[in-house]
Design a protein around this ligand. Sequence first.
Ligand code: ADP
Length: 656
Amino acid sequence: MSTRSRRADRGPGSASPTAAWWRDAVQPRLDIARHVPHVGAGLIAVVTAVNVALGVLPIVFVITSSVMVGLVPAAIEQGTGSPSWTRMIYMFLAAAGAFLGRQVLTPLQIALGELVKRRVDGRVIDEIVAVALRSPGIAVMEDQAALDDLKLATSRLEHGTETPGIATAGLLALAARYLQLAGFTGIVVWAAGWPAGLALLATVLLFRRGQRGGLRRFSKVWEEVAGLIRRGDYLREVATGPGAAKEVRIYGLHRWLTSHYQRVSMERLRTIWRWRRRVYLQPYLYYSALGVLGATYVVFTLTDGVAAGTVSLTALSMGLQAVIAGLMLGAAYPESDVPTQFGMVAESGLRRFQARVAEDLPHTAAGAGSGDATGRPARSVRFVDVSFAYAPDSPNVLDGLDLELPAGRCTAIVGVNGAGKTTLVKLLTRLYEPTSGRIEVDGADLRSYDVDGWRRQVSVVFQDFIRYELSLADNVAYGAPHAARDDREITAALADVGLLGLAEELPLRLDTPLSRLYPGGIDLSGGQWQRIAIARAMYALRTGARLLVLDEPTSAMDVRAEAAFLDRFVDLVRGATTVLISHRLSSVQRADQIIVIDGGRVAERGTHEELMALPAGRYGQLYRLQAERFNLTDDRPRARLAPTRPGRGTDRDRDA
Ligand code: ADP
């Protein structure tokens, strides 16, 4: 389903009334109710007892205080110490006890709600993380509607307000309110008859419908503005976070960021205001008019009974109190309504995100085989007639691509920006699946292997690699998190990329945080970070990976550093199956084969010499163009990659 149609599906006011009622009012409550068993039997028992007591105590208060009022004439007449006097005192004490009990239990209800919230929200956070990581592919994490749903699910959890946990406590708290309503209705039935009791019940439920319905419709607006909230969060993070601090100041972006943030905020608020007027004002007037009619009828029935002599003083007091307290139940419940509604919005966001992930699973690796990928590729990786588009309605990025990566050899892939080189890596690492065609590893479909097992064979340096604000050792060891940290191999991987000297000079050595934002931390240059990313990949290779993919691995290094690094790289990766993507053709000329991609297909294939010899070949043209720019020569001695074991690097090019 496309982003647009998924959005349209859930805007306020779509779908048939019954379907919309089920979707918006019933299903979210069922979703919240499913958390109740996880709160814990003991806590649920205590919460239920408190809520039942809070439901019963006001009824006890109305009954006992009314009986007390009814006893007043007889008690005065018979004097102190008479049975009527004593009963009146008992009733007073019972009413006072009910009042005080309510005062004590109300804060306890809030405290217990907090406990329920913590237990439920802890589980919900775990669930969000598990769902977000469930899909082995990354299509969901690049889908706007899915990201909006994820935002709805997480934003209130981040702020700790109106979360699914508070909604669970809020739902349980409704027991107190509806017990009170049942009690007050019963009292009015006893005091003034069935019609008056039913009129009170209908009036309160009508008010509630107006309140809750308005709130429910209003909460849907948050789904409409989820994208704007996400945008606002991003702008705030750019403005205040350390990541963009340099550019924000140098380019003077703060004015632009502030005005953009204000625009986004105003758009969000205007949408909310528009809906608030629409969903609250008119229905509120309409329900209020009906409510006033119902209440007037009940009160008149009671006073008529008094005039006719059928309603006693006790019954009048009880009836009036029950009507007033009952009508107050037609208002919003602060402990329940808002938190429940918005908690349900967060829960619904999570459910939709979950469904989106499940929708995606058959297309990604989860439905695939369990073959053991250890030690592969032993012969080759082949792309067979592979086509791929990011969305059904977008053009093919790869279009019938056929290519072979021989095991133990280095294949360089070149092509203009946007040719599909990184996309090819995403397919190879199964972050996406081909739209058609297949990828074979040693003759078997890649999908027949266990995805995690395959990924342990693959080691990738992406162009947009991550700079973890963690220790130097962790930054390297994350290349093989499944293996125990091995400081000897970490040091060797750092030596591979020429960073051993740096590691030895650091105050905390391998445990030095790679960020000045932490005590003892240091900042690295762009080129050094790139070496760290390569060291991570080398560590993976040293601990068992077989396929090394480097996507523009030297883009942050200067030409001299790049040349020195690539000279050593030849030795480092010997024996591994290597894919080297680079737009600098000087860096790929030593590869065993070079593949030029154009229009989603292989345009040229061969060694550097073979491609240079092609008359009017693209590679030759590009190479000569770059050679003129960088003053490269074609006669530099080149050692072709020959299969041996990964080498132990020296620190020769540390400063290059
Ligand atoms: P290269 O690595 O050769 O520069 P890419 O594989 O990154 O090219 O991109 C190929 C094409 O796919 C480009 O047109 C790019 O805009 C598009 N593309 C890349 N990533 C995505 C994505 N996540 N969603 C949609 N289109 C994408």
